[in-house]
Design a protein around this ligand. Structure first.
Ligand code: ZN
Length: 310
């Protein structure tokens, strides 16, 4: 295949280009196209040819989600402060419930584990369809917790999961710019004067009922857990919108939609942007901070890129 043919081939596969060159190479391998003889600049040029055609603005899928996980059982000699080694652990973390909402949709959806088997396999299988199709996932502490649990459960069952998912962890982003007495979601929602997180009145009992209770008590506790889970997702989204103008960017929505990255907002992809501030680094490089007039999100671009668009 020469570069002209490759360019033609790529024109019909715009989705693959967006995801980067790894996917491109995978695609070529999948189609039995040898990379031998194709130089890097051939591929680059072919990609440019493929991209020169205007791309239809695709709907960006952003997923807000939250999971509730099971208690892990361990065998102990007694109470008191102690170290629990791995050989004392007898069960593993499972996902009891997951709730999610696609940004732009009104509905918060949820799944619960198999209550008869007290097992999350079906939940994980089902939820991965959503998770893997997201352009970005949004959560509270999800980089350290939720995402990794989802990845672990997928790995446990040998299922495919997008471990390289773009992720907007609101707590992590907030820690970069705010100093607050607490970074728990309950505290931050209170700080913002929002309705607030429902608190688990029954404490650990809800988990005990779900995991080891009678059928009746498990069913009752499950209803409560789902209500909390759904409420948390709604609250996560609310906090996301409140904090978003102050926080940094994880993806570039404009570029994701195939638009010029220096002329569009990384958050909404819109082009109502203006110069906010000009700064200079210690090395003397001029930087421009732009701001989106619609959502007040700020982002930096190089001076060269700024001058080009004037
Ligand atoms: Zn914007």
């Amino acid at each position: 295949m020469n570069k002209k043919e490759l360019g033609k081939f790529l024109e019909n596969k715009p989705g693959y280009l967006k995801k980067g060159s790894n996917t491109l190479i995978e695609l070529l391998a999948e189609r039995g196209i040898s990379l031998v003889g194709l130089t890097q600049s051939d591929v680059k040029q072919a990609i440019r040819q493929g991209l020169s055609k205007p791309r239809k603005s695709k709907k960006i899928r952003m997923l807000t989600y939250d999971i509730e996980t099971s208690l892990v059982e361990a065998q102990l000699w007694g109470s008191g402060k102690q170290y629990v080694g791995h050989d004392s652990i007898i069960t593993e973390t499972q996902i009891i419930t997951v709730a999610w909402k696609w940004i732009g949709d009104n509905e918060v959806k949820h799944l619960k584990w198999n209550m008869k088997k007290r097992n999350d396999r079906e939940l994980v299988e089902e939820f991965l369809k959503e998770y893997n199709s997201a352009d970005m996932v949004i959560g509270w502490n999800n980089n350290s917790f939720d995402n990794k649990i989802v990845h672990s459960r997928a790995m446990k069952y040998g299922l495919e999961v997008n471990t390289l998912v773009k992720s907007y962890d609101i707590m992590r982003q907030a820690k970069k710019v705010f100093r607050l007495p607490s970074y728990s979601m309950a505290y931050v929602s209170r700080y913002l004067g929002l309705a607030g997180k429902l608190s688990y009145g029954g404490g650990i009992k809800m988990w005990k009922d779900i995991q080891w209770g009678t059928k009746k008590s498990a069913k009752k506790a499950m209803k409560v857990m789902i209500a909390y889970n759904v409420q948390d997702v709604a609250l996560t989204e609310e906090i996301y919108y409140k904090l978003r103008p102050y926080l940094g960017n994880v993806i570039h929505m404009g570029a994701l939609q195939g638009k010029n990255k220096t002329l569009t907002c990384p958050h909404c992809g819109g082009d109502h942007i203006k110069l906010h501030k000009t700064s200079v680094t210690a090395a003397g490089t001029i930087q421009r901070t732009m701001v989106c007039k619609d959502d007040k999100v700020k982002f930096k671009i190089s001076n060269t890129a700024y001058l080009k668009q004037l």
